[in-house]
Design a binder for this molecule. Structure first.
Ligand SMILES: NC(=O)c1ccc[n+]([C@@H]2O[C@H](COP(=O)([O-])OP(=O)(O)OC[C@H]3O[C@@H](n4cnc5c(N)ncnc54)[C@H](OP(=O)(O)O)[C@@H]3O)[C@@H](O)[C@H]2O)c1
Length: 329
C-alpha cells in the first residue's frame, strides 16, 4: 500500500479510503442493501490487513449503525493509533434553531454521540457533511476549533460544497487563527467530473486534500455493462444521480472495460487509477472482499497519458446531482 499526507495535516493515509456507508443495519436507514455486522467486520479487517488505514463514515449512515460497526470492528482488529477515522455531521435543522440550540451545542452533541457509537475518544477528521445554509460559517468553524482544543477532533474537513465556500471558510479561519478545513469530500469520478471546474484547481493551489466519494459511481465504473447487483437494483438514491446521463456515460464505461481487458485487470482498477492521478485518496465502497483487492491493486496501476486522455475524451459537463443539486432548491 502507498501512503500520502492528507493535505496540510500530519495524517498519513493510504492512497484509498474505505467508505463505510455500505455497513450498517439495513432496517434503520436510507439504504436497503447494507451489510450486517459480521461481513462488514470481515471487509474492514481485510482492508486493515492490506494496509488500508483510512476509513470514512457518518452519523447519518443507517441511523448511526455504520459508525457502530466501524468502531467495533476497529477495536477487534486494529490499534486505534494506526488508523485514521473520518466521520461527518450535519448542521442544525430549522426546528433545532427555533428551539434555541446553538451551533456549538449541536456540534458537540453530534460529536459526542458519534464518539460513543465509534467507542473512541477522538476522531482524526471531523467533516461537515454538506454546506450549512442556516448557520454562519464563523459559528461552525469556532465550534469545530473548540472541539480540536478539547482533543476530541484532530482535523476538520468539508463535504458537498462549492470552491468559493471552502475558500471563504478557510480565509475566515486564517483571520481568526483557527484550523481550516484540510480536506474536501466531493462527488468525483470518471463520469461525474464537475469538481475539475473550480474545486480541483483551488485544492491543488492550497494543498487541500481531495478525498472524493462515489469514486466508482456507486458501482457503475466497476461493473461490466449489463451486470447486476443487489445494490444496483435497490440503490434508488444512486439511480437518481446517474440515470439521466446513463446513455452518454455508457460510452465512457465501455472505454474503462476496454482498457481493463487490455491490461488484464478489473474495471475498478482502471477507474480508480485514473482518479488517484487527480486526487489525494478516493473513498471507495466495498461489499465483497475482492472489491478491497481491486482498491489495493489500483494503487500500483499506472495508466499512460494516451490512456488517460482516452478515458477523458468523451466527458461532457453534467448537471449537479445528489446533495449538491438538493442544495440549489
Ligand atoms: N459525503 C457524501 O455525501 C457521500 C455520499 C456518498 C458516499 N460517500 C462515501 O463514499 C463511499 C463510497 O461511495 P459509494 O459506495 O456510493 O460509491 P463507490 O465507491 O463508487 O461504489 C461502491 C460500489 O462499487 C461496487 N464495487 C466496488 N469494487 C468493485 C469491484 N472490484 N467489482 C465490482 N463492483 C465493485 C460495489 O457495488 P455492489 O455492492 O453493487 O457490488 C460497491 O458497493 C461511501 O461508503 C461513503 O463513505 C459520501
Amino acid at each position: 500500500m502507498k501512503y500520502v499526507q492528507l493535505g496540510n495535516s500530519d495524517l498519513n493515509v493510504s492512497r484509498v479510503c474505505l467508505g463505510c456507508m455500505g455497513f450498517g443495519d439495513a432496517s434503520q436507514g436510507m439504504h436497503s442493501w447494507t451489510l450486517p455486522y459480521e461481513p462488514s467486520k470481515e471487509i474492514i479487517e481485510y482492508a486493515v490487513n492490506q494496509g488500508i488505514n483510512f476509513f470514512d463514515t457518518a452519523m447519518a449512515y443507517q441511523g448511526g449503525t455504520s459508525e457502530e460497526y466501524l468502531g467495533k470492528a476497529i477495536k477487534e482488529c486494529a490499534r486505534r493509533e494506526d488508523v485514521v477515522i473520518a466521520t461527518k455531521f450535519h448542521g442544525r435543522t430549522k426546528e433545532q434553531i427555533q428551539q434555541g440550540i446553538t451551533a456549538k451545542e449541536h456540534i458537540e452533541t453530534c460529536l459526542d454521540n458519534s464518539l460513543k457509537r465509534l467507542q473512541m475518544d477522538y476522531v482524526d477528521l471531523y467533516i461537515l457533511h454538506a454546506w450549512d445554509q442556516l448557520t454562519p460559517i464563523e459559528e461552525t468553524l469556532e465550534a469545530l476549533n473548540e472541539m480540536i482544543q478539547k482533543g476530541k477532533v484532530r482535523y476538520i474537513g468539508v463535504s458537498n460544497c462549492y470552491a468559493w465556500q471552502i475558500a471563504k471558510a478557510n480565509e475566515i479561519a486564517k483571520a481568526h487563527q483557527w484550523q481550516p478545513f484540510i480536506s474536501v469530500q466531493g462527488h468525483y469520478n470518471l463520469i461525474f467530473r464537475e469538481e475539475e471546474r473550480e474545486m480541483k484547481p483551488y485544492c491543488d493551489l492550497h494543498h487541500v486534500a481531495m478525498t472524493p466519494y462515489s469514486a466508482l459511481a456507486s458501482g457503475r465504473l466497476a461493473k461490466h455493462p449489463g451486470e447486476q447487483s443487489k445494490r444496483l437494483i435497490e440503490d434508488t438514491y444512486a439511480k437518481g444521480k446517474y440515470d439521466a446521463s446513463a446513455q452518454k456515460d455508457l460510452e465512457i464505461i465501455k472505454r474503462v472495460e476496454e482498457l481493463a481487458l487490455k491490461h488484464q485487470v478489473s474495471m475498478s482498477e482502471i477507474s480508480l487509477s485514473w482518479l488517484m492521478h487527480q486526487v489525494t485518496s478516493p473513498i471507495v465502497g466495498a461489499t465483497k472482499l475482492h472489491h478491497v483487492d481491486t482498491m489495493v491493486k489500483a494503487t500500483d496501476l499506472q495508466l499512460n497519458d494516451e490512456e488517460m486522455a482516452y478515458l477523458e475524451e468523451l466527458y461532457e459537463p453534467h448537471r449537479l446531482v445528489g446533495v449538491m443539486a438538493e442544495q440549489r432548491k
